[in-house]
Design a protein around this ligand. Sequence first.
Ligand code: R5P
Length: 264
Amino acid sequence: MDWGMKNRMSRIFNPQDGRTVMLAVDHGYFLGPVSRLEDLRKTIEPLIPYADSLMITRGGLRNCIDAKYAIPIVLRASGGNSIMGKELSNEEITVSVEEALRLNVCAVALSIYIGAEYEHQTLISLTNLINEAEKFGVPVLAVTAVGKELEKRDARYLSLSCRIAAELGARIVKTYYCEDFEKVVKSCPVPIVIAGGPKLKDERDVLEIAYNAISCGAKGVDMGRNIWQSHWPIAVISAIRKIVHENAALDEALDLFSRLKDKS
Ligand code: R5P
């Protein structure tokens, strides 16, 4: 691995433990002003000290994040779809690597939709982005997206999606936690981080999937809604950090969450 690529990867994954707590706030690229992200700056700023990196769009970054922050950026580089459209998988590359470098990002991210109508288009976009990004030492993170079909999230489907992303050259894969998750991790040769998906019933469920994913070998989380749609976002992300970076047991993380929640 070249120095630039290594350096960018080590800004995302803490070199001490090889793990990361990424904060995903890129949802507006197809969901618009999703609940609690109406005012991006207001939601994100208090969470910046607790996140190892931010996954965000270029518009979100330019307009809502001050350049004074040293936080590493993972730039959403695909889109062209919307929740109102016919087919969410109809995404293409939306940001050039030149633009990503101008924004001084640590990685670029793109969604692939295995088994969906535009599977081929998204896989070719992934390879095109990788071919370009690799020239400049920029890692590509592939998101194994499922669109509206959340029921697709099982070990068989996610193993297939993650492995294809890694085989095509993604340096990081973001997927969902599922039963038998160790199978997904074992068959993917690059680091896996998990998304949270739509808001879960309560914070215990969020900490449980983070704990289970890490126990199965995930290298971290890249969560959004289950952090910033919580009434206690700082308590949730702090408890997730304890699991990811301190190998905390679920009970310890829950205890920290309760203490911080009571204080806020
Ligand atoms: C999709 O909207 C984005 O790629 C998100 O970054 C991803 O889904 C993670 O966010 P969440 O934890 O809210 O699912």
